[in-house]
Design a protein around this ligand. Sequence first.
Ligand SMILES: CC(C)(COP(=O)(O)OP(=O)(O)OC[C@H]1O[C@@H](n2cnc3c(N)ncnc32)[C@H](O)[C@@H]1OP(=O)(O)O)[C@@H](O)C(=O)NCCC(=O)NCCS
Length: 222
Amino acid sequence: MLTDHWPLAGLRLTTPRLELRLPADEELAELADLAVAGVHPPEEMPFLVPWTDLPPAERARSVLQYHWRCRAAWTPADWSLPLVVLMDGRVVGTQAVNARDFAVVRQTGSGSWLGARYQRQGIGTEMRAAILHLAFEGLGAEEAVSSAFAHNTASLTVSKKLGYEHDGIAHHAVRDRRVTDHRLRVTRARWAAHRTVPVSLTGLEPCLPLFGAVTPTPRAAR
Ligand SMILES: CC(C)(COP(=O)(O)OP(=O)(O)OC[C@H]1O[C@@H](n2cnc3c(N)ncnc32)[C@H](O)[C@@H]1OP(=O)(O)O)[C@@H](O)C(=O)NCCC(=O)NCCS
């Protein structure tokens, strides 16, 4: 069975309205359709890599290849888990969680987007709450970070509502323009104090070694 070799295929995060999981290829195609239909107004660019500027066919393919690439490149020391977000059985967007050297650093990052027609209905908050639950409750993270450009009110508001605090800025060149990126950070204590969305996790246990989330046996005890 697939889950014997790739337990991440059995991981499920559920919130009152949403289910988050690794997509089957046909669900990935639904996500690609959403990307073609539009993710943000053309005059804005919320992403550091401006993949939504690609022509529609390439944009769709880039969604598929990004998801496949993350699985192919996975190691416990460096992983990125882009999940699809389903509401009423329909793919509405994607929410990713990632980490480097999680076993030691205990910090996760995240990235997300929703199809334009699904934005501003609280879904973004609910899906970020889901991966924060995975990070803190499921994996034992100490901190989670995020970032969004100064003009991205929706993403910055989601972060603030979930307890993230300002953690400095960075500047990047996007579409040949200088943009200010706001870094945000939420500690375990602040996450716990701002929890409002109930989340349940299934299928996590066999995935823990893949996340680097299992404390290694001390040398002396081996
Ligand atoms: C960022 C994103 C995932 C957030 O998801 P969402 O479902 O739209 O977010 P929510 O509805 O949960 O929350 C958004 C909050 O921002 C507020 N908001 C959004 N746009 C706003 C604006 N232009 N001015 C003021 N407030 C705004 C909403 O009112 C809401 O706050 P509230 O719940 O207190 O009313 C989604 O908007 C999206 O996919 N955007 C395009 C891609 C993107 O920017 N990805 C993130 C890159 S860092």
